[in-house]
Design a protein around this ligand. Structure first.
Ligand SMILES: Cc1cc2nc3c(=O)[nH]c(=O)nc-3n(C[C@H](O)[C@H](O)[C@H](O)COP(=O)(O)OP(=O)(O)OC[C@H]3O[C@@H](n4cnc5c(N)ncnc54)[C@H](O)[C@@H]3O)c2cc1C
Length: 488
């Protein structure tokens, strides 16, 4: 019977990134995908951060190879009464890909780099015996059995069973459709309307894709609802009466009530499905998958650190939910002239979870974290002082520095050599969460120097023994901006 360290279910961006990284760390990894590839998938507008993740995985250029359309101009009708252009340089290196091709290329890379890919295949049964899973899998026409130490669930939104799903925002439906190229200008478009919002983009296949995001409750059929929205739209009006291939998909933000269970861990949309407003679901799914790999690597290499690995995983997931929730509520609140509309009122509210006697410890922890007020950093950090201002001998350079009395040193899970270890970090009311490393350098030892130096200039000089001088100045600026360091 084949034996693996990890079996990953689902070969979307989260599952395949995790499998690639686990194989690179030397773990015997299998990936089980139920569909044949290439298969279509929503989530084709990739946010700029995807480039760093692909570089980290050793796959630069994969988005371009997936027929990526970059440098698209855009029009936004959201926070102003008139449409506003978005220039390609303002959007950063974002691009529109063919997801069928993107996922297939990612999976090819995993196969080439030693991941055992079972496709089309699905899990029929799982049985935990001590610290091992015994899985029964249908692979094509055959049934096979295999052993694994850990099971990762990256099956996407489908992976969250309705009873174990915690809705974080108002229930939302997306109505997806396409129109012929040339119907609308070759640009992305986003528009807020009283009953919902519209998004559209040219697609690498040559046509133009449109999505409407609306409340699910309405007696009209999806095609008629979309048509009504297009009719009153200013940016999408030319598409009215010309849409084809209308499909409906759920788009509510939710997370799993118990994403970490003994030996079975969720990642990507199966753990936390975002509101599509940010167009960053793929990036966030891959980012969290790589963080989950750190926890999994710790479980496999240092089983005595299981609780620490779990704490790290839950910290990162909590942080992802909170950051995304605050951003989306704030962005919905900015829609011009929509404050009285029920669709917008429901979504501009901060995310909350109900308390429940049967809640899992994770659910209760997330509920309390969501109820906490936002830190000054996540609300509105003041702009970083220009480096020239810090170098200015009159205003800053020669002034004495001190640590803020509200600063605390706490022990938190940190990533060291791809494993979770407990390390010292700086906690402060202006920081959204404790910070252990700044620009890859341990922060607490750097701050030890503060009480013994005379001035900001001397502090930077001392730090410049271990980090490049420009980086030392920037780090001082970052700490001053947040009030962790003070000029006295
Ligand atoms: C309407 C809508 C629009 C969106 N637009 C964007 C966007 O523009 N940009 C963006 O970045 N994100 C967008 N997203 C979000 C994005 O699609 C997801 O965040 C992303 O696909 C999550 O990746 P994943 O790997 O976790 O899951 P998925 O991509 O869903 O992959 C899951 C995989 O698991 C497989 N699977 C499912 N069940 C099983 C099973 N039982 N056994 C084996 N395999 C299984 C599936 O076939 C699939 O291949 C959008 C989401 C929605 C709903």
């Amino acid at each position: 019977m084949p034996a693996y360290d990890v079996v990953v279910l689902g070969a979307g961006p989260a599952g395949t990134s995790a499998a690639l990284r686990l194989a690179a760390l030397g773990h015997r990894t299998a990936l089980v995908e139920r569909s044949d590839f290439p298969r279509p998938h929503v989530g084709e507008s990739l946010s700029p951060g995807i480039g760093n993740i692909l570089d980290y995985l050793g796959l630069p250029g994969l988005a371009t190879a997936a027929s990526g359309l970059s440098d698209l101009p855009g029009w936004l009708l959201w926070d102003d009464p008139e449409p506003r252009p978005i220039l390609p340089e303002q959007r950063g290196p974002a691009c529109m890909v063919d997801r069928a091709r993107f996922d297939a290329l990612l999976l090819d890379a995993a196969r080439t780099r030693g991941v055992a890919v079972l496709q089309p295949a699905r899990l029929l049964a799982s049985e935990r015996n001590g610290d091992t899973w015994r899985l029964t899998i249908r692979h094509g026409a055959a049934e096979m059995r295999l052993h694994t130490r850990l099971l990762l669930d990256a099956t996407g939104r489908a992976g969250q069973r309705p009873r174990r799903r915690l809705p974080l925002s108002a229930e939302t439906l997306s109505i997806c459709a396409r129109v012929e190229a040339g119907t609308l200008p070759h640009a992305t478009h986003i528009e807020a309307l009283p009953e919902g919002w519209l998004w559209g983009s040219p697609h690498p296949a040559g046509d133009y894709r449109i999505m409407a995001f609306v409340d699910p409750v309405n007696s009209l059929r999806p095609a008629a609802r979309l048509s009504a929205l297009l009719e009153r739209s200013r940016l999408f009006n030319a598409a009215q009466g010309r849409v084809t291939a209308v499909l409906v998909r759920p788009a509510t933000a939710h997370c799993d009530a118990e994403p970490w269970r003994e030996g079975r861990i969720k990642l990507g949309d199966a753990a936390f499905a975002l509101d599509p407003l940010s167009s960053s679901g793929v990036e966030k799914a891959m980012r969290f998958a790589l963080q989950t790999v750190i926890a999994v690597n710790t479980l496999l290499r240092e089983p005595t650190s299981t609780e620490l690995a779990r704490e790290f995983y839950e910290d990162r997931l909590t942080q992802a939910v909170i950051t995304h929730g605050r951003w989306t509520a704030g962005y919905y609140a900015r829609a011009f002239g929509m404050a009285e509309q029920p669709f917008w009122q429901a979504r501009a509210k901060p995310w909350q979870l109900p308390s429940d006697g049967d809640a899992s410890p994770w659910w209760e922890r997330l509920r309390l974290a969501l109820a906490e007020p936002a830190s000054a950093e996540s609300v509105d950090a003041p702009p970083l002082p220009p480096i020239s201002a810090l170098n200015d001998p009159v205003h800053a350079w020669n002034r004495p520095v001190a640590l803020c009395p509200e600063l605390r040193i706490v022990q938190v899970p940190c990533v060291i050599d791809d494993c979770v270890r407990r390390g010292a970090a700086v906690a402060h009311p202006a920081l959204a969460h404790p910070v252990a490393f700044l620009a890859g350098v341990e922060l607490v030892p750097l701050l030890d120097a503060v009480p013994v130096v005379g001035s900001l200039g001397q502090l930077v000089g001392q730090w410049a023994d271990t980090v490049p001088r420009q980086a030392a100045v920037r780090m001082a600026g970052w700490l001053l901006q947040r009030g962790v360091l003070r000029l006295v």
